[in-house]
Design a protein around this ligand. Structure first.
Ligand SMILES: Nc1ncnc2c1ncn2[C@@H]1O[C@H](COP(=O)(O)OP(=O)(O)O)[C@@H](O)[C@H]1O
Ligand SMILES: [Mg+2]
Length: 244
């Protein structure tokens, strides 16, 4: 069964329609991409899914128990005055919908860190003392504390160096493989979604210009828009190919 089914979604800002009728779904364990130029409406979709923006019409059917969002600006989305330990402790203690358990909090923190491939050496660090990649891993760890079945990642690697991008994308893939997590990745950079996503929707000015299995969309793009995006693919692909 689909964890999420969106039908003919429209979203307006005042009179301006940013999303002009898109339909898509997420199946359990899939990594799905929405890719398109800046301003095409991708973030508006993500925000509408988690309730930050309101749809003007259409249907959003959710059977997922928990959807969590990870943002582009990982450093900025972490509290600068809190160490990693206090950030994770807070979410475990007070996060809305986070399961309380008998397990010692330090053990839960350690488990979250290990899920995102960080050592306990970062526990006493502040966001400014960590790299962008490490901060993004902490944001992902914080999202995982909610034990979500869907992770929505809006430009999760746009702020990162290309070599670090590949590592964070590989982490997302690992989380899918190990936890059967369903992941929606939103990106303006086609290379980012190309090797990571099972299926992709290509967004152009509020509508989907192309959609389908990544391999097919990228080897045989239907729209001129997708072809143009493909022509602009940079180096992250090579970095991804060099992954272990
Ligand atoms: N809060 C807002 N008020 C008015 N217009 C907005 C708002 N947020 C986004 N927009 C406009 O909606 C369109 C889509 O924006 P967005 O969803 O952020 O695109 P993307 O994430 O693909 O870059 C853009 O034209 C943007 O300027
Ligand atoms: Mg955006």
């Amino acid at each position: 069964m689909n964890l999420l089914e969106v039908t003919d979604l429209h979203v307006k800002y005042g009179k301006f329609e940013a999303v002009k009728g898109v339909s898509f779904h997420l199946d359990k364990g899939e990594i799905v991409g929405i890719v398109g130029q800046s301003g095409s409406g991708k973030s508006t979709i993500a925000k509408t899914l988690v309730g930050i923006e309101k749809k003007s019409s259409g249907k959003i059917e959710v059977s997922a128990k928990s959807m969590q969002m990870v943002f582009q600006d990982a450093v900025g989305s972490l509290n600068p005055r809190m160490t990693v330990r206090s950030t994770l402790r807070e979410v475990i203690r007070h996060g809305k919908g986070v399961k309380r358990s008998e397990e010692p909090i330090e053990k839960r923190i350690a488990a979250l860190l290990s899920h995102v491939g960080l050592s306990e050496a970062v526990l006493d660090q502040y966001p400014r003392e960590m790299s962008g990649g490490q901060c993004q891993r902490i944001s992902i760890a914080r999202a995982l504390a909610f034990d979500p079945d869907v992770l929505i990642a809006d430009e999760p690697v746009s702020a990162l160096d290309v070599s670090v991008q590949a590592k964070v994308l590989n982490l997302l893939r690992k989380l899918r493989d190990e936890r059967n997590l369903t992941i929606l990745i939103i990106a303006h950079d086609l290379a980012v979604v190309k090797n990571v996503c099972d299926r992709v929707y290509v967004m152009e000015r509020g509508l989907f210009a192309d959609e389908g299995e990544s391999e097919k969309v990228f080897s045989d793009p239907k729209s001129e828009y997708t072809k143009a995006l493909l022509a602009a693919v940079p180096d992250v692909e090579r970095a991804l190919d060099a992954r272990k």
